[in-house]
Ligand binder design. Structure first.
Ligand code: SAH
Length: 290
């Protein structure tokens, strides 16, 4: 029984912030707070663990991100603070907002009204990824929206790494008739299924797993907001599962990783049809040849 939790504080360069937050979420951080800019282009992160981690485990988690950037791990300050209701505090900060051209995200517990010219997506992300606040989700949604008119409505859309289900829901609301989601995190499946039910009567199956479970040449549009490393790892499976002339929207790629993904895609003879940047993130729309 404890009513205190461990707090670690570290100042990180702005361009590494998202990668570090991602790693720390994987490590099981219960709360990550961005708390000001101690130096220009630097963010102070306060990371909270209800179950303390060793400094070694923390360094082993964030170290590779700094190493890849050719930087030393900055000083880490370790302390203890009273335990907080992370979920409650976070819920207060998650408000409704417009996203892409035609959608409006509304937290499931909010009674906000959706503007008339937008479609609501009601989300309770729980512990899953996919609040809609992240640039990588926004870029994917914008690319999806721009393609919607050109989508074969009978084609199969697979949302790989569905998280909260936000992109699968958007694909359905944009008129896609066959949408499936998957995630290798079992918790996501339940969260996504609940969100789907909140937003559409349409059946969108969600399975626990990844692209290797998809049939060969079966997917017409793949939504793929992962990370560059995961994309590189699963690319052979993506190549197999995508239908000839099928499209992938890759997102979750840092600007400096653009070349890595571009090489993989072009070495396979695929065409890059769109490439967008937001902040430190890019998304690429790619087509497999006939
Ligand atoms: N689609 C949501 C969430 C993206 S976060 C959005 O755009 O906001 C990435 C998600 O991919 C996470 O839920 C993570 O659990 C999942 N994931 C990571 N690697 C995966 C893999 N190899 N196969 C399936 N899902 C994966």
């Amino acid at each position: 029984m404890s009513n205190s939790c461990q707090q670690l504080t570290i100042d990180v360069p702005e361009e590494l912030k998202d990668a570090i937050i991602g790693e720390l979420s994987e490590l099981g951080a219960d709360g990550i707070w961005e708390n000001g800019e101690p130096l220009p282009a630097t963010t102070r992160l306060e990371i909270y663990f209800n179950t303390p981690v060793s400094l070694g485990a923390f360094e082993a988690c964030v170290g590779p991100v700094f190493l890849r950037a050719g930087l030393a791990v900055p000083k880490i300050v370790v302390g203890t603070v009273a335990e907080r209701d992370w979920l409650g505090e976070w819920k207060k900060s998650y408000a409704s907002f417009p996203i892409a051209r035609g959608f409006y995200i509304i937290p499931s517990w909010s009674d906000s009204k959706c503007p008339e010219d937008r479609q609501p997506i009601r989300i309770d992300p729980g512990q899953a990824f996919g609040t809609g606040t992240h640039e990588t989700t926004q870029l994917t949604l914008e690319c999806l929206e721009d393609r919607a008119g050109k989508l074969i409505s009978a084609g199969l859309v697979l949302d790989l790494g569905t998280g909260s289900g936000i992109l699968a829901i958007a694909a359905r609301l944009l008129g896609c008739d066959r949408v499936i989601g998957c995630d290798n995190d079992p918790d996501s499946m339940h969260v996504a299924a609940e969100n789907i039910e909140r937003n559409t009567d349409f059946f969108i199956p969600i399975y626990c797993g990844s692209i290797d479970a998809a049939q060969t040449n079966s997917v017409d549009l793949l939504l793929c907001n992962l990370t560059a490393d995961v994309i590189a790892r699963v690319f052979p499976e993506i190549r197999r599962a995508l239908n000839p002339s099928g499209i992938v929207i890759f997102s979750g790629i840092l600007v400096e990783q653009r070349g890595q993904i571009r090489d993989i895609v072009e070495d396979s003879g695929w065409t890059i049809e769109d490439d967008r940047t937001r902040g430190e993130w890019i998304a690429m729309v790619v087509r497999k040849p006939e």
